[in-house]
Design a protein around this ligand. Structure first.
Ligand code: FAD
Length: 280
């Protein structure tokens, strides 16, 4: 069992004043779990550049340690570095560095910049100032050439200077443990924190998971489908399933948990409470 597990919460960049207000309330509720940071996503292709930046700066100013997600999107090196510098000027010292995806509807002619190159650029510019988190895929990234090649590229992100990986969500603990073992065999010794997606909506989950290559086990798919018309039943069932997943992960030595909150505090807070995570 991991002592003092790393805890972090992820938000997407709320655009409306109501959405921002709700996020602040969400932070207030989750803050008792003393997270290391609240991360804020970066829209595909940099489409939320300003919204993400504004939100991150606001949260940081309110005393919530923030970690912006960042990718090249369609930006130049100079634009990326200027954004990185503005985070540094605001006292932000954690980033989640990603390749990102192209926004839907944009063709494949544009070349995305891989995360290892972004990590290298940030290190070249800012030395050791930032703690850099990167993405990892226990069930393997959908565009990976092979299982081993995906691990090889994760290793390259660490070699470029990443400090920690946060995984895509999954519901099969063995996939995570096997992945971590395979990573260790290649010399990766940095923390790989499981990303945890609470189960709240059947249709959204299926759509999301098909897009990002996360597997919903057949038994779980059927159980959720049966509850898809009764959100309370589905959420309660989902809390049970995800609590035992998290228990297994922590008992098996996972270094912490990163919750995909979907900007809602209730499910992540219930999971933290069920797990008996320390409070402030
Ligand atoms: P990379 O590490 O660059 O890997 C992408 C693919 O290319 C993999 O198949 C890998 O095997 C291969 N590869 C890696 N490096 C190289 C290389 N140098 N040369 C050739 N092949 C290579 N998306 C967003 O748009 N915004 C977000 O805020 C966001 N947040 C996320 C947070 C987490 C924790 C995770 C796990 C994912 C997030 N994503 C986000 C999704 C992510 O951007 C996509 O999964 C994207 O397709 C891959 O990003 P990456 O940084 O893992 O890419």
């Amino acid at each position: 069992m991991t002592n003092n597990p790393h805890i972090s919460f992820e938000f997407f960049a709320a655009k409306t004043p109501e959405g921002k207000q709700k996020l602040r309330a969400t932070c207030e509720k989750l803050d008792i779990y003393n997270p290391e940071f609240y991360s804020v996503t970066y829209g595909a292709g940099g489409s939320t550049r300003d919204t993400t930046k504004d939100l991150v700066l606001d949260l940081q100013q309110d005393g919530y340690q923030s970690a912006p997600h960042l990718s090249f999107g369609g930006d130049s090196r100079e634009d990326v570095l200027s954004l990185v510098q503005s985070y540094r000027d605001a006292g932000i010292n954690k980033l989640v560095a990603l390749r990102g995806d192209l926004p839907s509807g944009i063709g494949g002619s544009k070349q995305l910049v891989h995360a290892n190159e972004l990590v290298a650029l940030i290190r070249e510019h800012s030395g050791d100032y930032f703690e850099i988190n990167v993405g990892a895929y226990p069930e393997i990234h959908p565009e990976a050439e092979s299982y081993s090649k995906d691990i090889y590229w994760l290793g390259e992100k660490f070699k470029a200077g990443a400090d920690r990986a946060i995984t895509q969500y999954f519901y099969n603990a063995d996939a995570y443990f096997r992945f971590v073992d395979e990573c260790a065999k290649t010399g990766i010794d940095k923390p790989i924190v499981p990303g945890i997606m609470p189960l709240t909506n059947y249709h959204n989950l299926i759509r999301f998971s098909d897009n990002c290559g996360a597997e919903i086990p057949r038994w779980l798919r059927w159980q959720l489908k049966e509850r898809s018309d009764n959100s309370e039943d589905l959420v309660n069932y989902g809390i049970d399933v995800v609590t035992s997943l998290c228990e297994k992960l922590l008992a098996g030595g996972a270094p912490g948990l990163h919750f995909y909150t979907m900007n809602q505090w209730q499910n992540s807070a219930t999971l933290c409470s069920n797990l008996g995570l320390p409070t402030k």
